[in-house]
Structure formats: structure tokens, C-alpha cells
Design a protein around this ligand. Structure first.
Ligand code: FES
Ligand code: FE2
Length: 421
């Protein structure tokens, strides 16, 4: 059974999140002495100098970034300011909040996000109370009519407006209307919810138009999530993206699982668009049918043979990862916490009809087990790379210009962003 399943791209895996380990970290939680800050500044200056050539590195000369790009706290903070906060980050899918009052929380780069369906549209709000900053709702998901802060019982409508603030009538100069929850700029594209934390990014949907066209037969806004696995990964966010986007590692990490169906040598990556890129893998000759039999019905509206044989790996820069297959779409949501820590949640999305199939629960359990197994195959190699990056002996490694082209594309994206400011 295992060998007949489609390959899953580079998932990461790690122990499930320990309940006691806080997710909020990174720039907002860091504190440095003056000496440390000076040292970080000079290290960052040197690192940025070494990154400049990657913005225009010829593909035939492609190498990995310098190892410090995966370990430097100063560079991570630079990435937050020049890549993550100005960019579009995928934080959810419409299936998580289909009905009025549905909400789900997400902590991202120090921001406490609240994705909510207010009955007219989806909003990405801050769940930080506008009084004295307690979260108005705990982490998790649910359905409610309003949010009431546990500290002094200020309450807020689903659209974030303040309904009431007890005893504030006794105060001077208070008008509830002036104290709504902060709303972040957001867009829904193909069912995925994106947030732009600094509020200044150009609109996203037109930038993803070409990708939307590719995915139209999957009807991505109708998909439902039926598996969700979260991993606390001790490695840099770029390692997650890189290993997801290349199939070269099927040779080693997935030698017995995916290489027999989707061999490394049959994978390739298209030229990147400004906002996204996509790579593909082909089934091994003779396995064109069996490689795609995973026990799930296919998306019912796939029209072409190419769609029915799809093994497409999308990266919406910087960090949204989608793996489109004929029967399911895997979506990876990244929460970068520090230079060497990233929380990754993997979702498996299927057409709504799949969840009505006979023996669905047994199939779901089998799929979950398989996803987890593959995740753990990937974490082993991703962790190895992160550990290796700390060695004083390493220098940029030569990339395969065909099989690792997506890494070259990501390198250029990162270098242009962090060096431009
Ligand atoms: S902090 Fe929320 S009501 Fe006071
Ligand atoms: Fe993998």
C-alpha cells in the first residue's frame, strides 16, 4: 500500500508541540545587551554582503546560501522586517471558518491573530484587547457570537468593533467606537486566507492569477481539511521551503517510500513568477496509474490528463507551500519563531465528497499515519542540515541546477529582499 501512494513533498516532522513551550518568540521576545547588538550588527553587515550576489546568481553557478543564513538571529530579524511583515502570509483556509461566528487563532511573528467569519466576510483581527492587551480569546478554534476579554470584560463583535466596556461610562473621554480590535489587511485567494502584517503590500490576487488558473479544476475554495498535524521543528524556515520544493531528496530521505514511484531524476521546476513558483514530478514509467492510487477518490472536476497525473509543488513566496495531487492537496502553514525554530502545520485538503465516502475514517487514519511517517523521514534530514549549518567548516554547497532550481529561486527572492533595504 505504501509504495502505491503518491509521494508527498518534503514535509517536516518533529515531536508534537509540547504544551508548555510558548509559540511566541522571535524579534518581539528578544532582548540584547549593547555589546551583543553591536556584534549582531557587524555580523549582519558581513552576511548581507555575502548574500548580495545571490540576487543575480546565474543558475549554472547555483549554490546554497552561506550557512549563517540559517543560523543568524540578526538575519532572521531582518527577514521578518523585509520579507514576512511586508509580504503576504497564508494563515488559513476558508474551510476553517465556514459559518458565521467560526474563528481560529494563530500566533505569527509576535502577532496574536484571530481569523473570524463575521457573517459577511472573513477578517483577520488582532485578538489583543484594546484596553490593557489581554487576549480576548484563548488559543484554538470555536464558534461564538462575540469576544469578551477575561480581564475587565470589554466585549467585541465578530467584526472587531467594541460593544461595551463595563463601568467606562464613569470614565472621562471614552467612546467604545474608538476602541475596535485591530484588523490586519487580508485577502482570500482560491480559498486560502492571506495576511499582510504591515498593510502596505500590493494586492495579492492579481499576482497569483496564473496559479489560480492552474488550480481552478481543484475548486480550492470548496476543499475541506481532514488531517491536521503540527510539528515543532528545530530548523530554519528556509529549510522547510527548500526541502518541500525539491524531489532530489527522494533518493535518500524517501528511498524506500517515494523514490520507487516518483524518482528524483524525473522532477523539475518551472521559471519563477514574481510571487510564486511551481515544481513537478512524474511517476516512474510503468507506474503512471498505480502511483496515484491512494485510496481516495479524485477531485471530480479535473479535466486534462496532466491534471489527473498532477504532482505539483507550489511556493507562494515566501512561505506558503501547496502540493496539488489528483485526490488531495497538502498545505503547509509555517510559523517562523527564530533562526533555528519553525512551527509547521500540515493540512490535507480534499473535495467535500471525499468525506462522505464509505470507510472514510479508516482511510483518514491510514493517511494520517502515512503523512506522519513521511514527515519524520523529512525531519531527520532537515535537522541534519541545520546541525551542519552550525559547523565552522562548511561553506555554500553546490546545487543541482535542474533538480534544485527552486532553491536557487528562493535564494534570489531572499537576497533581493534582505539586501534591498
Ligand atoms: S484588558 Fe481587556 S478588558 Fe481590560
Ligand atoms: Fe520529503
Amino acid at each position: 500500500m505504501l509504495l502505491s501512494l503518491p509521494a508527498v513533498p518534503s514535509l517536516i516532522a518533529a515531536p508534537l508541540l509540547p504544551a508548555t513551550r510558548p509559540l511566541r518568540a522571535g524579534p518581539l521576545a528578544s532582548s540584547h545587551t549593547v555589546d551583543e547588538e553591536q556584534q549582531q550588527r557587524s555580523e549582519l553587515h558581513a552576511l548581507l554582503k555575502s548574500l548580495e550576489p545571490y540576487a543575480e546568481q546565474p543558475l549554472e553557478d547555483a549554490t546554497t546560501l552561506p550557512p549563517a543564513a540559517y543560523t543568524s538571529t540578526a538575519l532572521f530579524e531582518r527577514e521578518v522586517e523585509t520579507i514576512f511583515r511586508p509580504g503576504w502570509l497564508c494563515v488559513g483556509h476558508v474551510c476553517q471558518v465556514r459559518e458565521k461566528g467560526d474563528y481560529v487563532t494563530l500566533d505569527l511573528l509576535g502577532e496574536l491573530l484571530l481569523l473570524v467569519n463575521d457573517g459577511t466576510r472573513l477578517r483577520v483581527l488582532s485578538r489583543v484587547c484594546t484596553h490593557r492587551w489581554a487576549p480576548v480569546v484563548g488559543e484554538g478554534r470555536g464558534t461564538c457570537k462575540a469576544f469578551t476579554c477575561p480581564f475587565h470584560f470589554w466585549s467585541f463583535r465578530l467584526d472587531g468593533s467594541c460593544i461595551k466596556a463595563p463601568l467606562m461610562d464613569d470614565s472621562t473621554a471614552f467612546d467604545a467606537i474608538e476602541h475596535p480590535l485591530h484588523e490586519y489587511r487580508s485577502e482570500v485567494v482560491d480559498g486560502f486566507v492571506y495576511v499582510n502584517l504591515d498593510g502596505a503590500a500590493p494586492p495579492l490576487s492579481s499576482q497569483l492569477a496564473g496559479m489560480s488558473q492552474r488550480l481552478v479544476s481543484w475548486r480550492p475554495d470548496e476543499m475541506e481539511s481532514y488531517i491536521e498535524l503540527t510539528y515543532d521543528c528545530p530548523f530554519n524556515w528556509k529549510i522547510v521551503v527548500e526541502t518541500f520544493m525539491e524531489c532530489y531528496h527522494h533518493l535518500g530521505a524517501h528511498e524506500a517510500t517515494f523514490e520507487p514511484n516518483f524518482p528524483a531524476r524525473l522532477s523539475w521546476t518551472e521559471d519563477a513568477r514574481p510571487a510564486w513558483t511551481v515544481g513537478h514530478a512524474k511517476p516512474r514509467p510503468g507506474r503512471e496509474v498505480s502511483a496515484f492510487e491512494a485510496g481516495l477518490p479524485r477531485f471530480p472536476h479535473l479535466e486534462t490528463e496532466a491534471e489527473r497525473q498532477a504532482f505539483a509543488l507550489y511556493n507562494v513566496f515566501p512561505s506558503q507551500l501547496l502540493h496539488a495531487m489528483p485526490d488531495r492537496v497538502l498545505w503547509f502553514r509555517l510559523q517562523p519563531l527564530s533562526a533555528e525554530r519553525t512551527v509547521v502545520t500540515t493540512f490535507c485538503l480534499v473535495p467535500p465528497g471525499t468525506m462522505q465516502m464509505e470507510d472514510f475514517e479508516a482511510t483518514r487514519d491510514e493517511q494520517r499515519e502515512l503523512m506522519d511517517k513521511i514527515n519524520r523521514e523529512d525531519i531527520a534530514v532537515n535537522e541534519m542540515q541545520q546541525v551542519g549549518a552550525r559547523s565552522g567548516a562548511v561553506r555554500p554547497g553546490k546545487l543541482n541546477s535542474k533538480l534544485e532550481k527552486a532553491l536557487w529561486q528562493l535564494n534570489a527572492f531572499v537576497a533581493r529582499a534582505v539586501c534591498a533595504h
